[in-house]
Every structure is written in C-alpha cells, then in structure tokens.
Design a protein around this ligand. Sequence first.
Ligand SMILES: [Zn+2]
Length: 427
Amino acid sequence: MNYKIINGAILKSDPEKLYTLSEDLFVVDGKVYENLPEDVKEEELEIVDAAHHLVMPGLINLHTHAYMTVLRNYADDVDFDEWLFKRVMPVEDRLPQEGAYWSSFLACMEMVRTGTTCFNDMHMFRGQSARAAADAGVRAFIGRGLVGEDLYVDGASRFEDCLEEQKEWESSKLLKFVLAPHAIYSCSAKLYEQVAREAEERHMLKHTHLSESDVEVANCLEKYGKTPVEFLRDTGFLDEKTILAHCVKMQGEDISIIAEAGSTVVTNPASNAKLGNGFAPLHKFAESGVNLCLATDGTSSNNTLNLFREMNLVSLIHKGLAGDSTMLPADQVVRMVTENAAAAVGMKDQIGTIRDGANADLIFIDLNEPSMFPNNNIVSSLCYSANGSEVDSVMIDGRFVMRKREFVTMDGERVRFEVQRIVDKYL
Ligand SMILES: [Zn+2]
C-alpha cells in the first residue's frame, strides 16, 4: 500500500537543530518522499490524516537482548553475580528455542508500542530473534553472541549459528546480521582478532559489551596489563563499524582511543544504574566527538525496552551528574536514537531521518495527549514529557505494524498466552 500523509507536523533536522514543518509526505514502495514521485498517481494513494500528530523517524534501540524479555522483573534488587550467574544464566540454559522466539516477539511488541522501529540485538538462540523481528515486521540487526578462545574451535558452533541465520534471512529487507563477540571476559584476544578479520571480509558490523563494571576493568588490568579498551584496540577490533555497549568505566586514554577509531558508543543508563555500575562519562564522550547512541539493554536489566523512558533518564541523569542544566539537550538526545544510531549501523540518510528516498520507518505521536500538551516545544516534549504511550501509529518499511494503537502484525493475546506458558514451565 502507498500513502499520502496529510496535516501532520513533520520532524526535520539540519546540523544546527531539529524542527517541525507542516508538509505532506508520500510513502511509495516502502520509501518516504516530500514530493510525489513522477510515476505515481496521487489518486491511488491512501490518505492518512495526521492532524495533531507529530510524524517522526522511528526510534532505533542500539543494544538489546530480546530473548530475555521473558525474564522481566524476575531477578531484581540482587547483586550482579547473583543476577547473572544464579538467576539469569540458569534460565537461559533451560529456555527452549520457542521460548526465545516468543520472548523476542514480546520484545518487538513493546518496542513497537513505544515507537521503536529498529533494534540491534545480541542473542543466544539461533534464528529466533530474527524470526520474531521478521514476523513482527520490525527492522533489526541481529548478532549471535560469540564466546571462546578461538572462533574456529570452541567458538565454532556459535559462529556457524551466526552464518547460518544470515544465510537463512539473506533475502530479508528488514534484517541484517552483525558479528557480536560477547565481552572481553568471555572472549580471548585471538577471538576478537578473528572476528575483526571476518567482519572486514564479510562487510559486517561488529557489536560487543565493553567496560561495563569495575570488576571487568580490574580483571583485565590484572590479566593483560591493559584496559578493556586498549585490549580491544590491540586486537584490531575497533573501527568505524564497531558498536560498543556501555563504556561506563573509562580510564586514561580510553576515550580518545575510541574516538580515534571512529567506533560508536551506546550508553544504557537504566541498565548501568540498575546493576550498580554507575554512569558512562557522556560529557567527555560528547567533547571527544564520539558517535553517541542510546539503548535499553535487555529487560532483565532495565526493565523496559522503552526508549522514551531512556531519553528522559539519560538527559536528567547527566545534567544532574555534571551539575550542568545544558548537558545533553533534547535535540542531542533525540539524535542519539535516530540519526546517530542510523550512522552507527551504516544506514545514514536511510533510517533515522525523514528525507526523500529514506526508508519509511515512521512513528506518529499524538500531540493532544495530556503529557504532550500544550505543544510549546515538541522536541523538548519527546525527551522530557513523553512516556511512549503517546505513540499512536508505527510504520516500518512503508507498512503499518501498529495503527491507531492496534497491532497489525502482532496478536497480543496469543503472545501473552505463549509467554505465560513459557514462564509457567521454565522460570
Ligand atoms: Zn547487553
């Protein structure tokens, strides 16, 4: 279906600012246009009336573990060791493939409900995150978590999972695959070197956890005599196609090493706070010119996948920490989940923006909701007032996946039934 979107306030950007414009938009064959393409007849378009709605690019959640959604509120208020080794990992070991599927599907529902149209996922269950995203109609970057000493020996079966799922979904317009070594404490230097080489040859993105906790940094210094960032740099893993989740515990030259490599930093403020890991030094990252993005992490450590909550948190936390009310203004925060994230995944000008020929990943936000009214500053309201419930409709690749708050591609009742069945059996 092709559409003409009328009466909406359209979120636009230039290098200086984000702003809104009243103009019609056209959605043709999954792409968005400000002017009707010549070969398209206007009378064949379905009209979408977006009166009193903001039409903006869908949000991009750059670090998730969708399969963990079944663990929401299952292991809270315990220390990190208890959380990971005693609560989370035993369930991960028991969870069947279909458990990961329904869990990931629920993740897609929550993300769509709160305006996320694309996520970058690290998972443990071959094909399940991909299948859930494809069935839900959500754009995703999928990485099988890799661990081990050697990618071709103890890491081989996971690497094979990664290549197999990539092959299976080769023709998908929505799914892309990344290489995702888990972390420096679960992967050797050799494995990171091997992954860097494979990524280069296969033109794939890289995604890993980095410098999340004090323990990780202390152990790395003790074992290798270098910081986690230096460790990764020395493996050749850091470049402009690398996405680094967390980067909380930066030491010495760490920030300039990341900046020089051109890698993306994804901050997860709720997860870092909840697990007692503190806060990433975002003011220093901002000064260094690093591409800075925002994510929720998995629901076991957040406990939501709602990027509106995360936008609010990141701005307030860092204003408070820096004692500076000008830190992370709304404009910058919105870019973290749109333009910056698009650049991180190599899709600048294709997602995270509304411009001629970009993918039609659009969300419609009800500006008449009490939380959004009056509309004194729409960009501010996205960061400081919205809670995600204002998202009225979501379109991904030109297809409505939620319209007027009704899911189109997802059956909520079925998903709840299946997730409850998994919870009853495996938690
Ligand atoms: Zn994570």
